[in-house]
Design a protein around this ligand. Sequence first.
Ligand code: DOR
Length: 475
Amino acid sequence: MNTMSNLAILGGRVIDPAQNVDRPAAVLIKDGRVEEITARPLSKGPEGYEVIDAAGLIVAPGFIDLHCHLREPGSEHKETIATGTAAAARGGFTTVCAMANTDPCPDNAAVVGDLLRRIERDAAVRVLPIGAITLGRRGEHLAPMAELAASGVVAFSDDGDPVMDPDVMRHALSYATGLRGVVHGAQRRLPIINHAEDRGLSRDGQMHDGAVAARLGLAGIPGEAEVAMVARDIHLAELTGGRLHIPHVSTRRAVEHVRAAKARGLHVTAEATPHHLTLTDVWAYGLHGETPHGLSLAAYDTNTKVSPPLRSQDDVDAVTGALADGTIDAIATDHAPHAMTDKVCTYHEAAKGINCLETAFAQVMSLVLGGRIALPALIERMSAAPARVLGLGLGSLKRGWPADLVFIDHDAEWTVDAGLFASKARNTPLDGVGLRGRVMATICAGRVVFDARAGLALPRPGNPRRAGDSSGGRT
Ligand code: DOR
């Protein structure tokens, strides 16, 4: 038994999309699990419960990130499990899926076992490992996928690099049909998440192939690099009956392929990142989305370099529309921390990736403020929907489920200061940008893992660590 307190969260507006709840209510937490969302708001907690005052705040299921890069093992100078999950907690995330492009990569049970031990030791929130599709992520030979599934991975991906060989991808989809997850009530087949980029088309491109690339004199990456790979993978999923999840969708045409695949009844899901939902290639000018008359020293902002690249406004509109209508199931951060030396260099030399966990919610909150999606739907895309993609018994405040919660002040205005990130890395194009909507506190499995507001008077955790208890969330 642990010593965590039982909690009564009073005075908040509880939004739990999976249960169609959006009303003033109290949430009771016992032994790290949700005991009840009361029918009426309570004025005081039951005997023996520590009270948390959530007046003025939204109380919602903790966010689940299907896609982040924690860099450990191998690139601890960029991020570690400790710093990455501290950033996740600040961002309201209670579960994050760790991508496989580490060194060594999780292409066998021994590496996954080592990763799980590190997570148990260092993680502030729940971390679910993603296994590699191919040995060494080289795209040539399949990793032992059954062994990886049994060791606790929740999906397979070589993200960062695509599986270019269609025959390897076909067999990966085929083999994965027989595999089931073993953690958090995962009942679904484990998805294959293929980095959607045809390298034959992206080649040495540095940013989206459009007017901005032409003006900056940078080689372009056409949208077709993504579209061709998404179309191929959907065909292979249809051929094999495999379970395909498409990461970081960034183009209108890829959205159309996903929409058509779903209409044909294929079990294809998709995610989009906060940056592909809110930023365009114009941000490469370094002026926070403004187009300059003449190029300034701010241009070639390497913090905008990402794969897939920031696209056109038309693409952003299509991706946000697809998020609102459910064609894109979930928001995933693709949190990709990089060291200063990876970004203080020419655009050509710079590493691809955007640091996202701590800004994600406020970034996509702009879609609510702009009337593109309702707040409960946005919360659904960050909690229940990603849980559904992986078949996890998480992402809702159902009775008996792990008490994973986020406290949101949806009106709070704040300015991004990358220097204050819990993440080790600072690579965001949003440094100095004003945002609205802020995560105030995060509770993971009944423990407070982030508390921004002293006035909220949240009790301090005895031990903030959390990792994947394999029994959690089974229904
Ligand atoms: O921009 C990106 N950075 N895209 C990826 O797919 C990989 C990631 C990384 O690992 O840095």
